[in-house]
Design a protein around this ligand. Structure first.
Ligand SMILES: Nc1ncnc2c1ncn2[C@@H]1O[C@H](COP(=O)(O)OP(=O)(O)OP(=O)(O)O)[C@@H](O)[C@H]1O
Ligand SMILES: [Mg+2]
Length: 152
């Protein structure tokens, strides 16, 4: 299913709405954020992290690779794989230690094996002055979540 997001505010609203569909305990979930440069991946992630209770800046993890947030519903790990080029690097980066939390991953195609462990994939594309977001359930629980929330 896909939705049109007319402006930045619509992406933010969608980030908040998406968080509401997730289970109360977010730990163990992985959501992939696909899309070209500037498609709105970080805007979506920032909105979700703030809606989950983080008060303060949400810097882009482009250089740090992972920005962690300790929040009531779980640790949220905002990951950006733009500068990563293999699954091995992902392992060195400590990916396996992030499994106690909720993983929100920009540029997941840098490590194609990730899709097999993820729950939901979002793809943002340019559409006129706005964006379109397409959602796909990857795991069984991801598919069920999208179905139950009317997003598939
Ligand atoms: N629905 C939308 N319509 C128009 N502009 C948008 C929309 N959503 C976000 N933007 C704008 O797009 C720009 C880029 O957003 P953002 O940094 O979130 O993209 P990104 O996909 O994370 O980019 P990068 O690939 O560099 O990490 C920002 O200026 C943001 O305000
Ligand atoms: Mg970004």
């Amino acid at each position: 299913m896909s939705l049109f997001l007319a402006d930045e505010a619509a992406t933010i609203e969608f980030g908040r709405r998406f968080l509401k569909q997730l289970p109360a305990d977010l730990a163990g979930w992985t959501v992939l954020l696909n899309g070209e440069l500037g498609a709105g991946k970080s805007t979506f992630a920032r909105a979700l992290i703030k809606a989950a209770g983080h008060d303060g800046p949400v810097p882009s993890p482009t250089y740090t690779l992972v920005e962690p947030y300790q929040l009531p519903r779980a640790n949220i790990y905002h990951v950006d794989l733009y500068r990563v080029s293999s699954e091995d690097e992902l392992r060195y980066l400590g990916w396996n230690e992030l499994d106690d939390g909720f993983r929100l991953v920009e540029w997941p195609d840098r490590a194609p094996g990730l899709a097999a462990q993820a729950d939901v994939s979002l793809t943002l594309t340019y559409k006129g002055d706005g964006r379109e977001v397409a959602l796909t359930g990857l795991s069984e629980r991801g598919k069920a979540l999208l179905k139950a929330s009317g997003l598939s």
